[in-house]
Design a binder for this molecule. Structure first.
Ligand code: GLA
Length: 709
């Protein structure tokens, strides 16, 4: 049965997922109006469907799902256009609608100027998600300039009080959970620097009063599938209406739709749950895994990676890399990744970016001898690239100084001694594909860490076709997606990791092209616990790469037990980035054990569902649980002891009440027990911990059913 049906009132559609309903209708003014978004109700007659069109002079009511600026409306529009004759008002009216399986397409058009908007709603019933996107088409013989083109507006029911959750952050401090009460007026979550960035992530969660917990409460949530400049505008008006409009940021944006051209705006997905933030995250995770991540690897556990960056930085050569690889292989690592420094004249961050040829001083016979040695150790080989960037001190820049974003009259601002290549240019796209395709064809490379280490400045494109220079904000992102896709098609065995100085390009837009993300340059395990928690609000942890690094290393300034460092990194895709040559035998032995243990639990943490049991933001003793099929893994972390041993009862989640579970704790003397799922979820595990930065890993596996007494 299809999840979309029209009902009772003409031109009304109900979009149903397993637990939710979303109702849209064509209002009396011919605009698309959202009438309901919330839990599925028992009967169709139960939905209270108000037509909110008002003709009062000062009314602020509105619930257009794709509002164009033009008529009598003053809220954040999705669309703002300029027609060839200078007219700036746009009035999109309903034309037709069609339903095909889980997709509803409503076509709107401007009466006078032949601008057509196909507004699409797609239901993902099993994961409780509704996807929305819009395709704009200029059906007239004249150009139409888009000054603003957001993907969707979402409307929330009237509540006394809403709280907005966002993931704010900075470099080395990404994904900080932030809850703010919604007040009258606007809150803007946006990015203007060319890519997703650190300050925010294009995701929101809105809860009503009393605020949701991890397990209870109504939460509306959504995420934009785009890695360029974005803008989400939440507004509450004094009449109690709350809505959010979001999409490509209109800041410095302009898009020229020529005769018969189309523009497909990024998808914006949304969902609703009464199960609190935990259920909201799991719905988005499931959607990501089932519908976004690269199909071939979406259900495959990620390999354990060793990366030499913090050990050798730019000073890489066959011998020091092979030496590092040797120890990594002995510990059980599966992929060896050489980071920055292997190409061009790259002896520091001052030169070489853009020249994607192997540095002949460091690797006189190319990379092959190193790759073969790594493979002989039983590992696959991976490499770091930063395709979108160029150092002025590079052959590429000397040959093509016009290939970077710039305004001829302005100095080109350097950051990390580099400039941003203009990826909107077809010649830049062709150069990068050729260079990377050659690299991957000539060498047996199975992993690519794709970095991006600065924001855009002077975003000029002097040679742009007339009127198209501001399109770089979108075209750059598209070109990155396209390049990734072409490389993936040509090299299907390569795993791609998105990195931007850490978690600067983490979003659902890039998700179809990469397996995983480098979550943060901050590898301090305690900081990582907090970053990881925020990341997991929106993104599945199988996509989170975290390395165990040395104490007092690049970002960590406190000594943390090795087990603790492993436990934190094990909650996702595990990596190691430490100088293993300096590790005492005991540490190496421990690392070998932890990696072996990780391999056992990897399907659970990577393919399973996440339950955030106790937040590190509020609890010195934090806990997280993963459940996959008949198995669960629980991690507990005590950051600091106070008043001696801390005892808690830790109820688990997501188990079968009637199943019996074996509970055991590897590498400890804790006695093994067999407990019913009901007991584990109601009474919980008794956890007692003392000390600073202590951690535990507890395993839980089904072992029969509860017999009736
Ligand atoms: C960025 C990345 C690091 C490393 C360096 C190399 O900072 O986040 O992990 O790859 O670049 O220059």
């Amino acid at each position: 049965m299809t999840s979309i049906s029209s009902f009772s009132a003409p031109n009304s559609w109900i979009i149903e997922t397993q637990n939710t309903s979303y109702i849209v209708a064509i209002a009396s003014n011919d605009f698309i109006q959202q009438r309901y978004w919330g839990p599925k109700l028992p009967r169709i007659q139960d939905y209270l469907l108000l037509d909110l069109v008002s003709n009062e002079s000062f009314s602020t009511h509105r619930s257009d799902d794709f509002p164009a600026w033009g008529g009598y409306q003053f809220h954040e529009p999705c669309l703002k256009v300029r027609f060839h004759d200078g007219v700036r008002a746009c009035v999109l009216r309903y034309q037709t609608a069609s339903v095909e399986q889980d997709t509803l397409t409503i076509t709107l058009a401007d009466d006078t100027y032949a601008l057509v908007a196909e507004v699409v709603y797609r239901a993902y019933p099993a994961v409780d998600i509704v996807e929305r996107f819009v395709t704009l088409r200029n059906a007239s013989p004249h150009p139409i300039v888009l000054e603003q083109a957001l993907s969707a507006a979402w409307h929330f029911p009237i509540r006394d009080q809403f709280t907005l959750r966002t993931l704010a952050g900075m470099w080395a401090g990404e994904f900080q959970v932030q809850d703010v009460p919604v007040r009258l007026g606007k809150t803007v979550i946006e990015r203007r620097s060319g890519s997703t960035g650190f300050a925010n992530t294009p995701w929101f969660a809105l809860t009503s009063h009393p605020t949701a917990t991890e397990t209870h409460g109504e939460v509306w949530f959504g995420a934009l599938q785009f890695s360029g400049n974005y803008k989400l505008v939440l507004e509450q008006t004094a009449d109690g209406r709350t809505y959010l409009a979001g999409g490509i940021n209109n800041f410095d944006f302009e898009w020229r739709l020529e005769e018969y051209e189309t523009l497909r705006l990024p998808s914006f997905v949304g969902g609703f749950t009464t199960g609190g933030y935990g259920a909201a995250s799991r719905a988005l995770h499931r959607y990501t895994v089932e519908h976004l991540l690269p199909r071939a690897t979406a259900h495959t556990p990620r390999p354990i990676v060793y990366n030499s960056w913090y050990v050798t930085t730019f000073d890489v050569n066959v011998e020091n890399q092979a030496a590092a690889a040797e120890i990594a292989a002995q510990l059980g690592v599966e992929y060896f990744v050489i980071d920055d420094g292997w190409f061009g004249a790259r002896n520091s961050d001052q030169a070489g970016l853009g020249d994607w040829v192997v540095n002949a001083q460091k690797f006189p016979q190319g990379l092959r001898p190193l790759i073969e040695r790594v493979q002989a150790m039983g590992m696959q080989f991976g490499i770091w690239v930063e395709p979108e960037m160029v150092n002025p001190d590079s052959d590429l820049y000397r040959a093509h100084p016009d290939w970077v974003y710039h305004f001829p009259q302005r100095p080109r601002t350097l950051r990390r001694n580099q400039l941003v290549l203009n990826m909107a240019r077809p010649d830049v796209q062709a150069y990068l594909f050729d260079a990377l395709h050659r690299l991957l064809s000539e060498n047996d490379i199975r992993f690519v860490k794709w970095d991006m280490n600065r924001h855009f400045s002077e975003p000029g494109w002097p040679d742009a076709p007339a009127g198209r220079d501001r399109e770089i904000w979108v075209r750059h992102t598209w070109a990155v997606y396209d390049l990734l896709q072409r490389l993936r098609t040509a090299h299907p065995h390569v795993i791609f990791e998105s990195c931007s100085g850490g978690g600067g390009r983490v979003d659902l837009g890039v998700m179809p092209y990469v397996e995983q993300f480098w979550m943060s340059d901050n590898t301090d395990a305690y900081d990582d616990l907090l970053i990881q928690e925020g990341f997991s609000m929106a993104y599945p942890l199988r996509t989170r790469m975290a390395w165990v690094t040395d104490n007092l290393g690049f970002n960590g300034r406190r000594p943390l037990p090795l087990t603790y460092r492993f436990h934190v990194a094990m909650m996702g895709a595990l990596g190691v980035g430490a100088d293993l040559s300096k590790w005492p035998d005991a540490d190496r032995a421990l690392a070998r054990e932890m990696i072996a243990l990780y391999k056992e639990i990897r399907p659970v943490v990577q393919l399973g569902e996440l339950y955030r049991l106790r937040s590190p933001r509020h609890n010195a003793l934090a806990a997280q649980q993963f459940v996959y099929q008949d198995e669960a893994v629980v991690f507990t972390f005590l950051s600091q002891s106070q008043y001696g041993t801390q005892h808690i009862m830790l109820p688990l989640q997501g188990l079968e009440p009637d199943a019996l579970y074996r509970v055991w704790e590897p590498r400890t003397a804790e006695p093994e027990r067999v407990v019913s799922g009901a007991a584990l979820m109601a009474q919980g595990l008794h956890i007692a911990m003392i000390g600073d930065y202590q951690s535990r890993l507890i395993r839980v596996r089904q072992q029969g059913r509860v017999e009736a007494n």
